[in-house]
Ligand binder design. Structure first.
Ligand code: URA
Length: 410
C-alpha cells in the first residue's frame, strides 16, 4: 500500500478499510512509516474524524501491535480506571495502590504527559529509581505478589500507542475522539480486564470542553470495549480548575502521598472514592478506611519498592525535587475566587518545564504550582492564591502572564 495515498484519502474525508488501518499501524510500529507521515495522518484524523467501525479497528490494531496480557485460571478479578486527562489529575497514584488493598488485581498501563495534562508515568519517574518499563513476565509476577503494577506502553505492550502518544503530544493532535478512544482502549484492552471505570473529563482543562462531548467520548470507549467482555462504567467529571492543590510531577506525588496517608484534599479524595467503588469489591467505607489507616500507604511503599524505586524518599519528594525560584502569588483584592483556570495553569506548568514541547524534551520534575486555592474560597487582599515553582526567574516570567490570566477574584 502507498502511505501518501492513505493520508490523502483521510484528508479528503474517506473511510480507511480494516486492511489499510492494519497496514498503517504495522508499518508505523515497525518503524517503516516515518513520524512525519504519521503526524500528517493524525492531523487528517483530527479534522476528518473516523467512523465507529474505523475507530474500533484502529483500537484493535493498536492493541494487537503488542502482547495482550493473559492470566492463569482462578486469579482475582482484574480492574482498572483510566482518565481522559486533566490538570493536577493524580488520581491513579492514589487509586491503584488503594484498589490493590482489595481482593482484586490492578494491572495499570498509563501514559506520559499529553498536551497540558500531566502523565502518570512522568509523575512516577520523579521517584528516584522507579521503573515504568517492566516486561510482561516481571509485571505478572508482581501482580501475584502485591496485586498491582504501574507501567507504560513498552516495545512489548501497546508499542503503537507508545509511539503515537508521543507524537500526538507535540503535534496538536491530542483532542481527537477516535485517537483518544484508540489510545485509551488499546491499553486497557491489552490488560484483559474484567472491570474498567473511565474518568471522562470536561471543561477548560480537559480535551472535551463540554459535558455532551465528554459523554459522547465515554460512549465511544464503552462501545469499543464492551464487545471484548470488559464491564465498563464511566464518570463525567468537571475539569475547570485543577484537581487538588498541586500541578507538576513531584508536587503531585507529594499530594498523592499525603492522600494515601489520610491527609488528601477533599475533591481528590472524593473522586478517588467515586471511581474506586465502581470497580472494587469492597464498599466505599472500607476503601475510605484504607486511605486513613495506613493500609493504602503501605501498598504504595510496596509498589515503589517492587518497581525499583526508593520508597524512603516518598515523604520528602518535595525536598528532593525543589525548584529554586518560588513565587507566592497574592490575591489582587479581597473577595471570592471566581476562576482558577485549569487550562491556563496547565499551559503555565508546561511553560515552566513540567511538560514537553518536543518529543525529546526532558521533564523538570520540580516545577509547577502548589497550594492552589479552590474556586469559591473567600480571600483577603494579598492572601496567597497559589505558589509557582520555577527553575529560574526567566521561566517564571514566561509563565507569569498565563498565571495572571488564570486567576480571578470577584
Ligand atoms: N489518556 C490516554 O492514554 N490517551 C489519550 O489519548 C488521552 C488520555
Amino acid at each position: 500500500m502507498h502511505v501518501p495515498s492513505l493520508i490523502e484519502k483521510k484528508r479528503e474525508g474517506g473511510e480507511l478499510s480494516d486492511a489499510e488501518i492494519d497496514f498503517v499501524i504495522g508499518a508505523f510500529t515497525r518503524g517503516d512509516m516515518p513520524n512525519y507521515q504519521m503526524s500528517a495522518l493524525a492531523m487528517a484524523i483530527f479534522f476528518r474524524g473516523m467512523t465507529p467501525v474505523e475507530t474500533t479497528h484502529l483500537t484493535r490494531a493498536m492493541m494487537n501491535s503488542g502482547r495482550v496480557l493473559r492470566y492463569t485460571e482462578n486469579t482475582p478479578l482484574k480492574v482498572d480506571k483510566h482518565s481522559t486527562g486533566g490538570v493536577g489529575d493524580k488520581v491513579s497514584l492514589v487509586l491503584a495502590p488503594l484498589l490493590a488493598c482489595d481482593d482484586v488485581w490492578v494491572p495499570m498501563i498509563s501514559g506520559r504527559g499529553l498536551g497540558i495534562t500531566g502523565g502518570t508515568l512522568d509523575k512516577l519517574e520523579s521517584i528516584p529509581g522507579f521503573n515504568v518499563n517492566l516486561d510482561e513476565a516481571t509485571a505478572l509476577a508482581q501482580l501475584e505478589k502485591i496485586g498491582v503494577f504501574m507501567i507504560g506502553q513498552t516495545a512489548d505492550i501497546c508499542p503503537a500507542d507508545k509511539k503515537l502518544y508521543a507524537l500526538r503530544d507535540v503535534t496538536g493532535t491530542v483532542p481527537s475522539q477516535p485517537l483518544i478512544v484508540a489510545s485509551i482502549m488499546s491499553k486497557k484492552l491489552a490488560e484483559s480486564l474484567d472491570r474498567l471505570v473511565l474518568d471522562v473529563k470536561f471543561g477548560a482543562g480537559a480535551f472535551m470542553k463540554t459535558r455532551a462531548d465528554a459523554e459522547q467520548l465515554a460512549l465511544g470507549m464503552t462501545a469499543v470495549g464492551e464487545p471484548l467482555g470488559v464491564k465498563i462504567t464511566y464518570l463525567l467529571s468537571p475539569m475547570n480548575e485543577p484537581l487538588g492543590g498541586t500541578v507538576g510531577n513531584a508536587l503531585e506525588v507529594r499530594e498523592a502521598v499525603e492522600t494515601l496517608q489520610g491527609r488528601g484534599p477533599a475533591d481528590l479524595v472524593e473522586l478517588v472514592l467515586d471511581l474506586s467503588e465502581r470497580v472494587a469489591n469492597a464498599p466505599r467505607a472500607t476503601l475510605e478506611k484504607w486511605l486513613n489507616d495506613g493500609t493504602a500507604w503501605k501498598k504504595i511503599v510496596a509498589l515503589v519498592e517492587a518497581q525499583g524505586g526508593d520508597a524512603s524518599v516518598l515523604e520528602k519528594i518535595g525536598e528532593i525535587h525543589r525548584a529554586p525560584s518560588r513565587h507566592l502569588i497574592g490575591a489582587p483584592r479581597s473577595g471570592i475566587i471566581a476562576k482558577m483556570d485549569a487550562e491556563l495553569i496547565g499551559r503555565a506548568c508546561v511553560q515552566l518545564g513540567a511538560g514537553r514541547a518536543k518529543a525529546t524534551d526532558r521533564i523538570d520534575f520540580a516545577v509547577g504550582c502548589s497550594a492552589i486555592k479552590k474556586v469559591g474560597t473567600k480571600v483577603e487582599r494579598d492572601e496567597p492564591l497559589l505558589i509557582v515553582h520555577a527553575r529560574d526567574e526567566g521561566s517564571f516570567q514566561a509563565a507569569w502572564p498565563l498565571i495572571q490570566q488564570a486567576v480571578e477574584v470577584g
